[in-house]
Design a protein around this ligand. Structure first.
Ligand code: FAD
Length: 369
């Protein structure tokens, strides 16, 4: 067909928009389908770019991909800002990982030892050195470590910037849901629909609920701390992400649930842990409570590459807790695959085929709500 796009991207979250941008930059005709761009997990996400703090036991291939993508972030953010004029809130002060009690510190140290053991830059700090870096930390905090290379970006600035960049490069956004992949007419279809990918592809992507609280520093100023702080506080895991505009994101629960209700108990636990680590937060304004659904997978790693038994369909989903940090590398590798048909070796461990989907499985009707 004359006007047939080269690429249809299903989903205008960070992943879909960044792929659309990179494909359009390569001169491909790109259409992006989404009834509510930016309304998925990215609207709730904290935006930590944390390959070090998020390196968990046994996830070697995922850790390598996170590190490779984080390394692309400085150039990616600079290019996005140069293209769109949008400051995406990329900050490089680093991340402090702290333990409130002796038990918390013992748990944290086990993970830091693992992270150091695989060569990641984790620098243990005494309480005095911690408080030199962040005087607002509670005096009760027993110890911590610095992950200097774990940075942050503001997803609520990032997604509109990606949309602008993709559109300026020539991509077109169609504000409608895709109900069946067979309804999409393009040379290549990239399914980047976050949790919505499961019903379209049959891939094992499941929603993992996360509740967060957003606070704002009083008086319109910046928060009284600069690093991202990730802490263990009486057995609760919590992170505090300060933005220059005064916002602080406090997160997050990890729940095997599909609703986006906010519970009083979760807010109570998050705020108690946050104030235990940083007492001044009790004086901040409470501006928002909300929950989002991470696109989780059985091995916590994304699903990137050709869908078995479906020629011309590629998956870029299942980014779970890491979709923001993985945006640059996902976009680069997927655009390369679309344009050349060649799979970069970096993609190999993340192929959809690792889940052995039955290619003859019938496609289900997708009801949008
Ligand atoms: C509480 C919380 C905290 C997080 N913190 C971080 C963090 O600090 N760092 C990090 O890297 N990641 C974080 N994440 C994870 C991150 O938000 C996700 O991995 C990321 O948003 C995935 O991007 P995506 O574009 O694949 O999906 P999404 O952001 O979910 O976007 C999917 C898009 O697809 C659209 N869509 C769905 N179905 C269809 C359909 N049938 N047709 C058309 N469009 C469709 C939706 O409308 C949506 O716009 C967090 C997530 C949560 C919930």
């Amino acid at each position: 067909m004359l006007n047939r796009p080269d690429v249809a991207v299903v989903g205008a979250g960070p992943v879909g928009l960044a792929i659309a941008w990179r494909c359009a930059q390569r001169g491909l005709r790109v259409v992006v389908h989404d009834p509510a761009p930016g309304s998925g997990a990215s609207h709730v996400a904290a935006g930590m770019l944390a390959p070090v703090a998020e390196a968990y036991f046994g996830e070697h291939e995922l850790t390598a991909l996170l590190s490779a993508s984080a390394a692309r972030w400085p150039a990616f953010a600079a290019e996005l800002t140069a293209t769109t004029g949008v400051d995406v809130g990329y900050r490089t002060e680093g991340t402090l990982m702290v333990g409130l009690t002796a038990d918390d510190l013992a748990e944290a140290r086990r993970l830091w030892a693992y992270q150091q053991g695989i060569g990641l830059p984790v620098t243990p700090l005494r309480p005095s050195a911690l408080r030199e870096r962040e005087p607002a930390l509670a005096t009760r905090v027993r110890g911590g470590a610095l992950a200097a290379t774990d940075h942050q970006v503001d997803p609520r600035r990032l997604v509109p910037a990606l949309r602008t960049a993709a559109e300026r490069a020539g991509a077109t956004l169609l504000p409608a849901a895709v109900r069946r992949l067979s309804d999409v007419d393009a040379r290549v279809t990239v399914v980047a629909a976050g949790c919505g990918a499961a019903v379209l592809t049959g891939l094992p992507v499941r929603p993992v609920k996360g509740q967060v609280v957003r606070l704002r520093a009083p008086g319109g100023g910046a928060p009284g701390f600069r690093h991202v702080i990730r802490g263990y506080a009486d057995g609760e895991h919590v992170y505090l992400v300060p933005r220059r505009d005064g916002e602080v994101v406090v997160g997050a629960t990890v729940e095997e649930r599909t609703d986006t209700d906010v519970s009083a108990g979760a807010v109570l636990r998050l705020l108690r842990a946050a104030v235990d680590l940083l007492p001044e937060l009790a004086e901040y304004d409470l501006v928002e409570t909300l929950a989002g659904l991470r696109p989780g997978t059985p091995d916590n790693a994304p699903i990137l590459g050709p869908l078995p038994g479906r020629p011309g369909v590629l998956a870029a989903t299942g980014h779970h807790r890491h979709g923001i940090v993985l945006t640059p590398i996902t976009a680069d590798l997927m655009a390369g695959l679309v344009a050349t048909g060649a799979t970069d070796p970096l993609l190999a461990p993340f192929a959809p085929a690792r889940f052995g989907r039955d290619p003859s499985a019938p496609e289900e009707e997708h009801t949008w709500n």
